[in-house]
Write a protein that binds this ligand. Structure first.
Ligand code: PRP
Ligand code: URA
Length: 209
């Protein structure tokens, strides 16, 4: 069974408090999404394997540790997931970036796919799927399905705010996937919005409302 991890580092919580505020500007919102993504990435990659190598410092030879194992891929769910990409690439500049375009039908709340482009060697990569919001879990679960259909195997999901319904769905549909959120909120409202949440993440990142 996958694990649900709540990353409640004080810096993440502080930034999240500003993100939730309806008076936060589009510019500040976008910057905060990137900063939170970077901080979450730092925490969510704690278990990456390392190996010992030797380097020559200006003073002596030293045994040091470097990342070992699989290379990384980041897969944002369009459109709101795009806001998290740069923050992650700051920490993992060598990661390849795949894209999955999904929107949630406002009536049925079911995810509708409109784009999918993944790195060719996705099956050999450690994959982080990113989306600020995990509401019903329909979008995240469908995105993980697509990645698995393309051969992806080692997948973790990183969302800024989750709802219990969404986390349960993803863990039920994908028992091999660990989830990382900065906060688990109370519930969904009748329109499928997370309560208290932060509103529509895509609109707040891109200023479309
Ligand atoms: C939002 C959000 C997730 C999805 C979460 O995207 O960014 O992708 O809803 O909802 P779910 O867990 O119920 O599927 P939206 O469909 O609003 O598209 P956008 O990113 O283009 O704004
Ligand atoms: N998508 C969002 O952007 N916000 C929510 O609260 C739920 C889905």
């Amino acid at each position: 069974m996958g694990k649900l991890n709540v990353l409640d580092h004080p810096l993440i919580q502080h930034k999240l408090s500003i993100l939730r505020d309806k008076n936060t500007s589009v510019k500040e919102f976008r910057e905060l999404v990137g900063e939170i993504a970077a901080l979450m990435c730092f925490e969510a990659t704690r278990d990456l394997p390392t190996e010992e190598v030797e380097v020559e410092t200006p003073v002596a030879r030293a045994k040091v540790r470097r990342l070992a194992g699989k290379k990384m891929a980041v897969v944002p769910i369009l459109r709101a997931g795009l806001g998290m990409v740069d923050g992650i690439l700051q920490l993992i500049p060598g990661a390849k970036v795949g894209h999955i375009g999904l929107y949630r039908d406002p009536e049925t709340l079911e995810p509708v796919e409109y784009y999918c482009k993944l790195p060719k060697d996705i099956s050999e990569r450690e994959i982080i799927v990113i989306d600020p919001m995990l509401a019903t879990g329909g979008s995240a679960s469908a995105a993980i399905d697509f990645i698995k259909q393309h051969g992806g195997r080692h997948i973790r999901l990183m969302c800024i705010i989750g709802a219990p319904e969404g986390a349960e769905k993803v863990l039920r549909d994908h028992s091999d996937v660990d989830i990382y959120v900065a906060a688990m909120d109370e519930k969904l409202n009748e329109h499928g919005y997370i309560v208290p949440g932060l509103g529509d993440a895509g609109d707040r990142i891109f200023g479309t409302k």
